[in-house]
Structure formats: C-alpha cells, structure tokens
Ligand binder design. Structure first.
Ligand SMILES: Nc1ncnc2c1ncn2[C@@H]1O[C@H](COP(=O)(O)OP(=O)(O)OP(=O)(O)O)[C@@H](O)[C@H]1O
Ligand SMILES: [Mg+2]
Length: 352
C-alpha cells in the first residue's frame, strides 16, 4: 500500500530562555516572573515557516521574545534586594555590567520536543498520536506541516521532502489546530472565502462547499455570516475544520480537532472525519486527548512521551497487550501504563 508519510529520525530542539529567578520565594507584589510559562509551546499559528526556519536558537525569542526583557523593574532591576522586592540569587554580588548582560542575553536551555521519531503512515489511514501535555504532539504536526524545520531526520509527504519541497508538501496538506487563527471581525464565510482564494479554490464552489460542511458539522446557516468573535469556541473550531476541508487535502493534520466541543459536536466532527477518509481518499493524522475518540477513529495509534514514541500499534493490539486474566483494558489504561500519567493529570484543560 502507498505510503502517505515517512518520518525518519525526526528531531526538534527548542532553546528556551531561562528566566533569572529569585532564590527566595517571590513576594505577592513580584508575582510570576515575566514570561513565566511562556515555553509551553502554545504559540501555534504564530509559528510561521519563515519566522523560525532553521533558527532554533531564536525559536524561544520568536514566540516569547518580549517577555524575556523585564520592563519595569523586573528580575534584573531588583537585584539588590530593596524593600520593593526580594534579593535575586543569580544576580546578587554581580557588577552592574554582568547584571545587564544577563538580562539582555539570558541563558538558553535546550528542550527536546521531538527526539528522533520514526514511523510511516499508509495512504487512507487514520493515524493517532496520543501523549501527555508537552510530549511533542503539536511539534511533530508542525514539522510535518512545514511550519517548523527539523534539526535532524527526514520527513516526506507522499515522497516530497518537507524541507526541500515544502511548497509541494503544502499543496497536499491542511492542518487544524486547537488554537486556529482567524480574522475575528470577519464572518465564517468571509474567513473561508479568504482561505479558498489563498488555496486557489473556485470561490463559488468554495462557498457552496463551506455551507454544506458547516451544516454537516452542525453549525446553523445564520451563524455563518456573524463575526467569528461572536461565535463560541466550539463553533469556531467547526469553522477551522471546515476551512481545512475546503481544499480537499490528501493529508489532513488534525491537532486536537475536537477539544472543547460538546459531545454531540464531537460526534459530528468525528463522523465527518470518517466520511472524508472514505469519500475523498484522505489520510488523517490526528492528535487527541480523548481516548474514546482515538479508539473510534484510528487504525493505528502512537503513544508519545517526552518526545519519543513509546508504542505504536492498532488500538486493539495495544489493549490486548495490556489485558490480563481475561480483564479487558481500555485505551485509557494503555495510556496510563505507557506514560505513567492519569488522563486528568495529563490534560487538565480539557473542555476549557
Ligand atoms: N515554540 C516553542 N518554543 C519553545 N519551546 C517549545 C515551543 N513549542 C513547544 N515547545 C516545547 O516543546 C515541548 C513539546 O511541546 P508540544 O506543544 O509539542 O506538546 P504537546 O504534546 O502538543 O502538548 P499538549 O498536549 O499540551 O498540546 C514542550 O516542552 C514545550 O514546552
Ligand atoms: Mg499540542
């Protein structure tokens, strides 16, 4: 069977600027240091190809840059432990010059987001990637979709290399991410028409298709002409799914497409994904925190933990491997056994 995706030893390292933190517990006035939590990789659609192409050292700066330089008396400015803030352990006893240098050029620490991942996806397959928060799922999706460049390894989409032939790859794929970017003042239809123009899809056809997909996904026609900012998050997520399907991609990358959807809407999106696979010969790579969804949709799933695949098989085989003494295992049990994390712990924000 034809191979849709080959991923051989893909690796991606981010360099995250290490904040200068006080050794003592910060006072309430200090609060969190500027940029705290900024390294969680939710930059999503901000990660445009040109912006970070091959510049790992700047990846952190690109997405969280402004947070790194404290503005009004941040960590660097309060080095001497005045009444306004606690003494900063890292800066204590340093010259003004070295304090300034440390503030301007903070140390970077490497984060191995994807650590040498190898797998193939067959044409027409729905391939799931499961893993705890921060395990590297979205980074892997961004590598496949040419939004990030791998530091090592090769990724090919229907034989096209994501680095050397990225324009050919982009013609074959589309991506839905959990934090889809839209023009929020424009309506769903205006956003979809814009996307259709970008992809050179006939506008009249695109409008018809958009309405039928949105109807199919349970978004009433009246909502199609309202500004997106007036639609709920779940409704916006449906528009994101519709946008990805307008272009009839041969490889559809779905990064948590149903997070935040109500159970009925989830079902509608899932059914539609199955329908698209059957009707349009689309290959799907799906990340999800919903184990039932993975079980229902995926032909095979990979479990990723700390950037590495720790299992790859059909849901049935993974469950059978874990079942003991005639007691059936669920995919959730498999996830827990492989990653050592309960689902609640791994995805506290589900439904946010
Ligand atoms: N642009 C970035 N800059 C720095 N670090 C990043 C960036 N993007 C991701 N990371 C880091 O890479 C690791 C993997 O992040 P990634 O977003 O791929 O995880 P994930 O599996 O998609 O998590 P989640 O389930 O929360 O969506 C994390 O440690 C994250 O902090
Ligand atoms: Mg993610």
């Amino acid at each position: 069977m034809e191979t849709a995706l080959e991923c051989i030893g893909a690796r991606k390292v981010f360099y995250v600027k290490k904040e200068a933190r006080p050794k003592t517990k910060p006072s309430a006035e200090w609060g969190a240091s500027p940029g705290e939590g900024g390294a969680n990789g939710s930059g999503g659609d901000a990660a445009l190809p040109g912006a970070i192409a091959g510049r790992p050292a700047k990846a952190g700066a690109g997405e969280h840059g402004s947070a790194d330089i404290p503005s009004n008396g941040g960590a660097g400015g309060r080095a001497n432990g005045s009444a306004n803030g606690p003494p900063n352990g890292r800066f204590r006893g340093r010259s003004a010059f070295s304090r300034a240098m440390a503030t301007l050029f903070p140390r970077s620490v490497p984060v191995q987001a994807v650590s040498g991942v190898t797998f193939n996806v067959r044409r027409g397959e729905i391939f799931g990637i499961l893993g705890p928060n921060g395990s590297g799922k979205s980074t892997l999706i961004r590598l496949i979709s040419t939004l990030l460049l791998p530091d090592e390894g090769e990724i090919r989409v229907f034989g096209h290399d994501v680095v050397r032939e990225r324009f050919a790859v982009r013609r074959l794929i589309n991506r839905v991410s959990v934090e889809a970017a839209f023009f929020k003042k424009l309506s769903a239809m205006e956003n979809l028409s814009y996307a259709a123009r970008l992809y050179d899809v006939d506008i009249r056809e695109a409008r018809k298709t958009a309405i039928s997909i949105l109807k199919r996904l349970g978004l009433g026609e009246s909502k199609v002409y309202e500004p997106l900012e007036d639609l709920s998050r779940g409704m916006q997520q449906k528009v994101a799914v519709a946008r990805a399907l307008l272009t009839s991609p041969v490889l559809l990358l779905l990064d948590e497409p149903t997070t935040g959807l109500d159970p009925v809407s989830k079902r509608e999106v899932q059914d539609y994904v199955l329908e698209v696979r059957e009707g349009h010969d689309t290959t799907v790579i799906l990340t999800t925190h919903d184990m039932q969804e993975a079980d229902r949709l995926c032909d095979r799933v990979a479990v990723i933990d700390q950037g590495r695949f720790v299992a790859l098989d059909t849901p049935a085989h993974l469950k059978a491997d874990l079942a003991r003494d005639g007691e059936a295992a669920t995919l959730e049990d498999v996830f827990f056994a492989l990653t050592g994390k309960a689902l609640k712990e791994s995805h506290p924000g589900e439904g946010d």
